[in-house]
Design a binder for this molecule. Structure first.
Ligand SMILES: Nc1ncnc2c1ncn2[C@@H]1O[C@H](COP(=O)(O)OP(=O)(O)OP(=O)(O)O)[C@@H](O)[C@H]1O
Ligand SMILES: Nc1ncnc2c1ncn2[C@@H]1O[C@H](COP(=O)(O)OP(=O)(O)OP(=O)(O)O)[C@@H](O)[C@H]1O
Ligand SMILES: [Mg+2]
Ligand SMILES: [Mg+2]
Lengths: 255, 255
């Protein structure tokens, strides 16, 4: 059965989407078939892979509400071996719609249980701990947390850890924070080092050795509809995501 | 009646909290009494003003659910004239709890209708378009949108504009995006100028002339429990927020 990696952090702008896109690209380039689930109504992962707004129906909303077969919701991308379930605008209303549904936390898990032929599934979660992110955590076999090297981002970790513990207790005993990846690390700013040191002392080995540097090329890539791994494969950001994907494959023996 | 400024953008990490803290500080330093409402379960605005976690009960959750009188929920801060309704951890469950309440979009408006003695109220919204942000937009007399000078941030503006239009149509005819402030502008990155030019062509005069530069001192300030206006008043970020507050007072004739 597939490795289902939920990329979650309620703190906004920490690099969840950027990590989902580039980790997905790197693993696909290494020969694996990878499926990205864009669970964020903003649809940034869909945009980052150049899926036109006119080609996102049916997508994630239709698959979690059971309105469409999963096969109809999967799109190929410009990266060989990388596929995506895009986010349609209706996804914005899903949180309120799901509240009164029985088994409201299991909608995504149910949809993904029919997936065939993808050893790796990556879920890009929105910046909140609401029902969409809960669905991501319940469907996941492992949780990866991007941690921006800034003070406010560090503060949110305990709230996130408590939510993951709650999900493990009530819905999915595999929900564990298995990895933390430091993002937007800036050598010139000693705050980055403070946050990195704090994270390593608190989460130990779970923190990836690879650190993703702050790099202008990474922030330019989305305006070209490409992950930085394709936009500028030799940039510091792309090389770091390549190394991180290598580290993740080793942890999960993915080859 | 007070000016109630909702600072909203569902895109994460664009500078909502940083703008709320420093705008609030600058207006208070100019002699106005200002109240910040921390409507984000992350509680970053409360942390940025050094409100201890042990002193946040009762706070925003208790005031919007009517469990506590407003006076009990207001705290003084280290800035003279600046007060805050802090976010308690229970706020994280409010979105799900509010769904079945009658008039669920009006809870904050009802709570703030009893406020006396604050000509300016600033609401720091979470990074989503769920019921908490809806409550902020319904209670507001004006909406201010921080726009990070990056591609993904520009993409979310139309979704935000549609939500504000919907709120104006059904709940609050004063809900209008009156201002957009460009944040984390980086002179060395031509993407910043592209985003700025796009925003000005689309929103015209609503875009503030003052642009907030990306500045390390801004990101260091929260770890000292102070807005950058107090932490380093001569830094580029602090000076820019001072100018922006001046521009805002002129627009609303606040003096
Ligand atoms: N290593 C990096 N260097 C520079 N910019 C980066 C880096 N990683 C991400 N960014 C940029 O920072 C912004 C935030 O990143 P991203 O959108 O991936 O975060 P997110 O956690 O998915 O945000 P949200 O909480 O809104 O979903 C984006 O504009 C992105 O291009
Ligand atoms: N002008 C700036 N220069 C450098 N760093 C900044 C600037 N403005 C904000 N930051 C930093 O960027 C991060 C995001 O800012 P902030 O938390 O204010 O955004 P937000 O929109 O409130 O985030 P969220 O969506 O999680 O609520 C913080 O770590 C903050 O310290
Ligand atoms: Mg994202
Ligand atoms: Mg914030």
């Amino acid at each position: 059965s597939p490795h289902i990696i939920a990329i979650a952090n309620q703190k906004g702008g920490v690099g969840k989407t950027t990590t989902a896109l580039n980790l997905g690209t790197a693993l696909a380039q290494s020969g694996l078939r990878v499926l990205i689930v864009d669970l964020d109504p903003q649809g940034n992962a869909s945009t980052g892979l150049d899926i036109p707004r006119s080609d996102r129906q049916p997508g994630c909303y239709n698959s979690i509400t059971g309105r469409a077969e999963l096969d109809e919701c999967i799109r190929a991308t410009q990266v060989e071996g990388l596929f995506i379930i895009p986010a349609e605008p209706d996804l914005a209303g899903a949180e309120i719609e799901l509240v009164d549904q029985p088994n409201r936390e299991f909608c995504l898990q149910r949809a993904l249980s029919h997936v065939q032929g993808f050893p790796v599934i990556i879920i890009d979660c929105p910046p909140s701990l609401g029902l969409l992110t809960l669905n991501g955590l319940v469907a996941a076999t492992t949780v990866l947390v991007p941690l921006q090297c800034e003070f406010f981002a560090l503060e949110g970790l305990s709230q996130l850890a408590q939510t993951v513990d709650r999900v493990r207790g009530s819905f999915n005993q595999r929900a564990v924070i298995e990895g933390i990846v430091l993002t937007m690390y800036d050598r010139r700013n000693n705050l980055s080092e403070l946050v990195a040191a704090d994270a390593r002392s608190f989460f130990g080995q779970r923190v990836y050795e690879t650190v993703i540097p702050r790099s202008v090329r990474v922030s330019e890539a989305p305006s070209h509809g490409k992950p930085v791994m394709l936009y500028d494969p030799r940039s510091a950001g792309a090389l770091a995501y390549g190394k991180m994907a290598q580290e993740l494959s080793d942890r999960f023996h993915l080859r």
